[in-house]
Design a binder for this molecule. Structure first.
Ligand code: PLP
Length: 387
């Protein structure tokens, strides 16, 4: 009979499974540490209000049409999703003016980083990325016994020239995190052009544009239109997790040459993208005005958060072009993170991203950002600014 309490009786012990059972790369892996959830902080610290500015989510919920789509498909959740995500892929292909065979969907763009790693990396192969940067590039390579070559940022931006220098005959994937998470900084079109002119033919570049829709800098290239379609060996990653407000549903996509899409299809799990995720993503594509509203709101609030941070002696990396800011505090950033936590503000200490002396702050609503300012007042006091 099934146990009622969910606990094992004390006289029954589980089988022992030794560490050596697991593959060495997995044994040594440090898993991705997610941002703290609001409920956990509320429960642990007994706080009335907690504001999460820790995971670069958009501060607004799913689009109205996405909420309707989720409700519409709920009664049929006894059915498996469309494994091929046909309608979503077709809509994305049309949106970007590419053939259906050039679009792959994944459980978030993170799922696609995992898929690309599985499809391309053997033990001993190498990937190159900047550092500090998005940890999945490194973790997913390590899982497979591949070697990540991390290239230090230069003035808090990807150093594409140095990355070219780090490529060897074993390099399979080069990640360009654009803009870079956690610093929020980007490379110019001229820098990317020069990179693509110099990158050897055996390398596949992954241009991660998770924050694409937020960016209005005219020097920020559209990887699909400007590099993929121009014949560069590139995979462009996008996601519904950020401006579209669907982080909890896990849906992202890659646009790439058909052999890459086919390979991703071979390694992914059959039903990775749930029906609500597919339907909500599809419904979100129709609302260009809401994307624009959110972009403008973020563009108005980001300088405000910059000002708040500076007012408290924190200097963000600039220019930051997405919905988050990175502040190197010059010492272990965990104490500052803990202090802000006790004031009800969750920011992100970036140890796992290779930035142990920095925090990353996601841009919230005007009200959330003001709450951050008040918390910083109590934690750090106001610092007199020059001029
Ligand atoms: C640069 C970058 N790439 C990929 C992701 C993964 O996003 P998701 O898996 O939610 O699409 C993130 C999320 O924070 C990110 O910052």
């Amino acid at each position: 009979m099934a146990e009622q309490s969910g606990e094992h009786p004390s006289d029954q012990r589980l089988a022992e499974i030794a560490d050596t059972f697991f593959r060495p790369p997995v044994r040594d892996l440090v898993p991705y540490e997610p941002g703290k959830p609001v409920e956990e902080v509320q429960r642990e610290l007994g706080l009335e209000r907690v504001v999460k500015l820790a995971s670069n989510e958009g501060p607004f919920g799913p689009f109205p049409a996405a909420l309707e789509a989720i409700a519409r498909c709920a009664p049929e959740l006894n059915r498996y999703p469309d494994g091929g995500a046909y309608r979503l892929r077709a809509a994305l292909a049309e949106l970007h003016g590419v053939p259906f065979e050039e679009v792959a969907v994944g459980a978030g763009s993170d799922g696609l980083v995992d898929g690309l790693s599985q499809a391309a990396l053997d033990p001993g192969d190498e990937i190159v990325c900047g550092w500090p940067s998005f940890p999945s590039y490194v973790i997913d390579a390590r899982k497979l016994g591949a070697t990540p070559k991390t290239v230090p940022l230069r003035e808090q931006r990807y150093d594409l020239g140095a990355m070219l220098g780090a490529i060897t005959s074993r390099t399979k994937l080069v990640y360009v995190c654009h803009p870079n998470n956690p610093t929020g900084t980007m490379n110019t079109r001229a820098e990317l052009d020069a990179y693509f002119d110099g990158v050897p033919e055996h390398v596949l570049t992954v241009l991660d544009q998770a924050y694409f829709e937020y960016i209005d800098d005219p020097d920020y290239p559209d990887g699909i239109a400007e590099y993929l379609k121009a014949g560069r060996r590139v995979v462009v990653l996008r996601t519904f997790s950020k401006i579209f407000g669907l982080a909890g549903l896990r849906v992202g996509y890659a646009v790439a040459a058909p052999p890459v899409v086919t390979a991703l299809g071979k390694v992914r799990r059959a039903f990775d993208i749930t029906t609500p995720a597919q339907e909500a993503a599809l419904a979100s594509l129709g609302d260009i005005r809401e994307v624009e509203r959110r972009r403008l709101e973020n563009a108005a609030q980001r300088p405000e958060v910059e000002r708040i941070l500076q007012e408290h002696g924190l200097e963000p990396a600039t220019p930051a072009v997405a919905n988050f800011l990175y502040c190197d505090v010059g010492e272990d950033s965990r104490p500052l993170f803990e202090q802000l936590l006790r004031e009800g503000v969750i920011v992100r200490p970036t140890h796992g991203f290779g930035g142990p002396t920095a925090i990353r702050v996601t841009v919230g609503t005007a009200d959330e950002n003001a709450f951050l300012g008040e918390a910083l007042d109590r934690v750090r006091g106001t610092v007199a600014t020059a001029g």
